[in-house]
Design a binder for this molecule. Structure first.
Ligand code: GLA
Length: 740
């Protein structure tokens, strides 16, 4: 626009390697008071409108060059029942002034007033090596209540949003609802919402529903992220959005406590997404001068379908979120004792497993539950983190030393936030467990939740873990969390502060994890919660990997892992090969199929390997060696879900290395029907003109394939594979041939 002063504030966050994604940038047009935030293939625009409110103007495909948008203009009222406030897509609306849709913020003042009207005040931009940051401050029209909205853009195509509520009045005010952000989509009647739901043993079920006017609430009220619903969503357009094409607006929250994402279709078919703290039972008193920070809501947009949305998230998680980002350490191959021995761990048994695991090529030996306190079953011991003398009369040292001699490092299971009533800790500190005094307390798996919002509990957890890791050469903790909250009472603090437990518990959890990692920089941690009950971008800032599900049945795992991959990188997705018949489904799946399924994530073994036959052991040895050659492609490459496992009798996945030198394709035949041949699988994400050496894991299943194929042949012609019979599977590696 001629004469418009466009100030290019910053260009930052060049992609360090791999496919050349566009840069991220924030531009501000002072004349129109419009901000344009671009990241990857997305642009997001906001502006100050004629009412001095902060309004969403655009969220969609990247706009190049200076914005041509005029100033934001509030929308007219639709009727006397729907004032301008309910039709205008505001960036962060507080409840007040008659807002009838989901508020981002609700506050009550000591005089009983509960109305808040947020006007634009000012803004500030800062540059960082990892992205550009914008802070916009809103202020209540009358009271000294401020809301700071933060925006940060990242090159892979992610916008991070969060808010900070500040009380500059002279009295205590109570925050009754606080979201990180509201996001608005333009009107359409054909939106569909994808989300991930489930339960223990059946997490990560992908659900897609058409949106109709009203609210879809994705949430956990359980004090932790939950198996039942994960804080991830993707919105597409019915008939337009598929795995490989069409618009997808997506997001995930970085919070491991009770959370909520409200997806509202308003009467005018506008979509309003409001995410942050769960509003249920929420209350946070803010004293004069105090601040409340909300979790980070990470969002993105692509016009290339659900597959690309996942790849953007995976890339972002590797580049920005995980410990060690932008180069998180590859996950070692773990042996874990849980399914083999359950609570019956002891020195001789664990050493026998370790010897065998090492001979197969395993890199890390992990002793699971049962090594501490008086832990014979799940009835006792949680809280007593000393080595059980009967099971390990010489302590852990001889086991750890031998594990090292065998060329592996050592890890151990802990469940720091829990307590069994039958424990010395409980007998000493019964008040440390969460409860409502005088009311019944609910036990689950015979355990209670320690109130980690308390500083003494935080100190206890930090110091026992620090001692355990300092006194033993421990490279890895599997950090478990086996129940939800039931009575979130905290009577040790005055009444108004008791509900701060929802925030303070999680803040303290993050503090303990951060401090432990600071004191032990080489320590790696897995987030487990009876399977995948605590996987989110909050915990992933402090944990290197996660356990997606206790369900280790390879067929179920295909769907579980498929759902998981929509939201999180396979680089953190631990997958074990376990014994058959599977403990949950009683299915007998052949060893190769179990291995290939587990090799599509961070491979581990949980079988009783001492019982493996010579044939099974040699297959395992060969597959572990094979996995090591494709590990970085699987864990850090770009994932293409070629054929989804749900509703198909066959499925296929492909991973392309960041630098394109290698790709690996996995194919699975779940169940054979009518003697039908395995359908042709076409690769994706390769360079059409490049030549690839075709290296099949099982040459007999790939007979007739040329030894070299171009990318265009692999993607166009595809591959005919000879998979036959129930639970057949294979993998094929494509190595790019450097032409002279
Ligand atoms: C949870 C975990 C399992 C195992 C057990 C031990 O269920 O998900 O992997 O560690 O606890 O009690």
């Amino acid at each position: 626009m001629p004469g418009r002063k466009v100030c290019l504030v910053l260009l930052a966050a060049l992609v360090t390697s791999g496919a050349a994604l566009p840069q991220s940038a924030i531009r501000y047009d002072a004349a129109s008071r419009v901000w344009q935030l671009s990241a990857g293939e997305m642009t997001y625009e906001i502006g100050v409108n004629d009412q001095n409110g902060l309004q969403t103007m655009y969220w969609g495909p990247r706009l190049e060059g200076p914005s041509t948008l005029a100033s934001a203009k509030s929308y007219p009222e639709a009727a006397s029942f729907d004032a301008s406030l309910s039709t205008t897509p505001l960036e962060y609306a507080a409840w007040g002034d008659g807002l009838p849709t989901q508020p981002a913020l609700k506050i009550s003042f000591p005089d009983g007033n509960r109305s808040l009207i947020l006007d634009y005040l000012d803004s500030k931009q800062t540059d960082g090596p990892n992205g550009d940051r914008l802070e916009i401050t809103l202020r209540d029209r009358l009271a000294e209540v401020y809301v700071h909205l933060f925006y940060k853009v990242y090159a892979p195509g992610i916008l991070a949003r969060w808010s900070q509520i500040e009380n500059r009045t002279k009295a205590v005010i109570t925050v009754e609802q606080a979201a990180s952000a509201t996001l608005n989509l333009p009107p359409s009647t054909s939106y569909e919402l994808s989300s991930l739901s489930g339960r223990w043993g059946a997490e990560w079920q992908l659900q897609t529903v058409a949106l109709v006017p009203g609210h879809n609430v994705l949430e956990s009220r359980r004090g932790s992220t939950s198996h039942q619903s994960n804080p991830w969503l993707a919105i597409g357009r019915t008939g337009e959005t598929t795995e490989t094409a069409g618009p997808v607006w997506f997001g995930e929250l970085g919070w491991s406590g009770s959370w909520q994402i409200d997806v509202e279709q308003t009467f005018s078919h506008r979509i309003k997404i409001t995410g942050g703290y769960n509003t249920f039972d929420f209350s946070y008193p803010l004293a004069p001068g105090q601040l409340l920070n909300t979790p980070i809501f990470y969002v993105g947009y692509t016009s290339k379908g659900h597959g690309e949305a996942s790849r953007i998230l995976h890339h972002f998680q590797q580049q920005q979120i995980l410990p060690g980002a932008p180069r998180p350490k590859p996950r070692p191959i773990i042996y874990n004792s849980w399914e083999a021995t359950e609570f019956n761990v002891d020195e001789a048994g664990q050493l026998a497993l370790a010897e065998k695991a090492a001979s197969l090529g395993v890199e890390r030996m992990v002793i699971d539950d049962g090594w501490f306190g008086q832990r014979a079953t799940d009835h006792a011991g949680l809280g007593d983190w000393y080595v059980n003398q009967t099971k390990f009369p010489n302590g852990l040292k001889p086991v750890i030393d031998r594990v090292h001699q065998l060329g592996m490092d050592f890890g151990i299971w802990v469940e720091p936030e829990m307590i069994n009533p039958d424990s010395d800790l409980y007998r000493k500190h019964p008040d440390w467990a969460m409860s409502f005094p005088g009311r019944p307390r609910t036990e689950a798996r015979n355990q209670l939740v320690l109130n980690l919002a308390r500083d003494d509990v935080k100190q206890f957890i930090l110091s026992f873990l620090d001692k355990l890791v300092s006194e033993n050469d421990i490279a890895f903790l599997k950090w478990d969390y086996n129940r939800n909250w039931s009575e979130p009472g905290w009577d040790a603090v005055p009444l108004p502060e008791q509900k701060e437990i929802y925030v303070r518990y999680i803040d303290n959890l993050y503090n303990v994890l951060a401090e432990l990692r600071k004191r032990h920089p080489k320590l790696e941690i897995e987030s487990c919660s009876g399977g995948g009950g605590r996987v989110d971008l909050g915990i992933l800032r402090y944990t290197d990997e996660v356990w997606p599900s206790d369900n280790t049945d390879a067929l179920d795992r295909l769907s579980i892992q498929d759902g998981f991959s929509h939201a999180y990188t396979p680089g953190v997705m631990v997958a074990w090969v376990t014994d058959v018949p599977n403990f949950l489904d009683r299915r007998n799946i052949p060893l190769q199929f179990r291995f290939t399924v587990a090799m599509t994530g961070a491979l581990g073994i949980g079988s009783d390997v001492t019982k493996w036959t010579a044939d099974e052991s040699s297959l395992a040895t060969r597959l572990l060696a094979f996995y090591k050659t494709i590990r970085s492609t699987v864990q850090q490459g770009a994932l293409y879900r070629l054929v989804a496992p749900e509703a198909n009798e066959q499925s296929a996945l492909e991973y392309v290395a960041e630098d394109g030198h290698q790709a690996v394709l996995f194919a699975f035949l779940h169940s054979q029907h009518y003697g039908e041949p395995f359908q042709t699988v076409r690769a994706k994400g390769l360079e059409p003109a490049a030549l690839y050496k075709v290296n099949p894991l099982d040459p007999a299943k790939a007979t007739g394939l040329p030894q070299q194929m171009t990318g265009s042949e692999l993607m166009g012609l595809g591959l005919s594979l000879h998979l036959i019979g129930d639970y057949d599977s294979t993998a094929i590696v494509f190595e790019k041939v450097e032409r002279k």
